[in-house]
Design a protein around this ligand. Sequence first.
Ligand code: NAD
Ligand code: DAU
Length: 350
Amino acid sequence: MQNLLITGGSGFIGLNFIRYLLTETDFQGRIINFDKLTYAATPKSLTDISEHFPDRYVFIRGDIADSSRLESAFDSYCVDSVCHFAAESHVDRSITGPGEFINTNILGTYNLLEAVRERHDRIVLFHHISTDEVFGSLGAEGYFTEDTAYSPNSPYSASKASSDHLARAYHKTYGVPVKVSNCSNNYGPYQFPEKLIPLVILNALEEKPLPIYGDGKNIRDWLYVRDHCTAVWEIMKRGTIGQTYNIGGSGELENIKVVETICDLIDDISGKPTSVDSRRELVNFVEDRPGHDRRYAIDSGKLKGELGWEPEETFSSGLLKTVNWYLNNPDWVQHVRSGEYREWIERHYG
Ligand code: NAD
Ligand code: DAU
């Protein structure tokens, strides 16, 4: 892996992964970050990386749905491996506007797989990043394993499921060196504040209402983003070609519990709120998400058993780090929320 193309490297998980690879691992090669810079991207979060690693980090603004731009990136930088994060990732947006999800998540993945297939003599790995949402919803018992049948319920998860199937089919049919990982809900630094945890942290700090869909008893399995990064890197290095690995945090919680934990933590760190006695009073039950999956839970036994991976953070330790990160980075929050970041993107990459 000398010239590793990372798609979506300016989004939440992709940029955490690039930071991790370049600053904490034995990775010696060059990273080519290929990103369209949608609303979800914060390329400014990698400014220090591009300054510190001018020879090992390259940025290309490009759309994976644009096959000619993609192919020229593969050839200009002699790409020999790919880690594919780029996606439209927010379930609520897929409900109001599925088109972009089909375009990026399905057509974009197809273009990447074609580019890899055409360069099979030099490409050693296509790592496809996916989600536990492809498996659908669980009842009160049980876990998703690598053998669980796909049953996606939102346009987002259906588009990710399609891309997983394409990746698998390209391995089986053409021998493309594919690995797939399906991960549970991530949280941590640099997450765009449309997702539950950063949204609630920022609203709670500002004493604004905390929207909870339905009865708040939907369950998600939470994994600190750096633990996702360590898992992906282990799989990329030592996982078996053609295999799928589930990644989870064994951190199953009802949404209401997540929100209450954040409220209590911020009451402790920042002091009591002024408008209410406790931030828990800001909770506001709102209309449910259509097709809202009830419970996700991941069995990561294969990853742990075969590759010895373990997450480092518990939900409490990861959440504390996350809340502190948002408290200590008001400029990032302001940048992302103000629309100033769109202007910054146009100035730098327009
Ligand atoms: P994100 O929305 O924060 O970032 C997505 C990135 O992809 C952005 O930088 C965006 O500009 C880029 N992108 C979007 N469309 C593109 C296109 N057509 N061409 C090139 N770049 C494009 O997403 P995230 O939360 O970092 O998720 C990254 C990946 O991980 C996704 O594939 C997602 O399905 C998967 N995943 C996410 C989670 C989670 O909890 N966030 C959990 C499991 C799996
Ligand atoms: O499971 C992995 C998936 O996790 C990833 O594939 C997706 O890319 C990622 O966005 C995430 O999807 P979710 O829909 O689970 O994440 P979100 O943060 O949007 O919602 C988490 C839970 O909180 C979910 O049950 C819906 C609920 N929710 C969400 C928001 C934004 C609320 O109750 N209120 C809210 O305002």
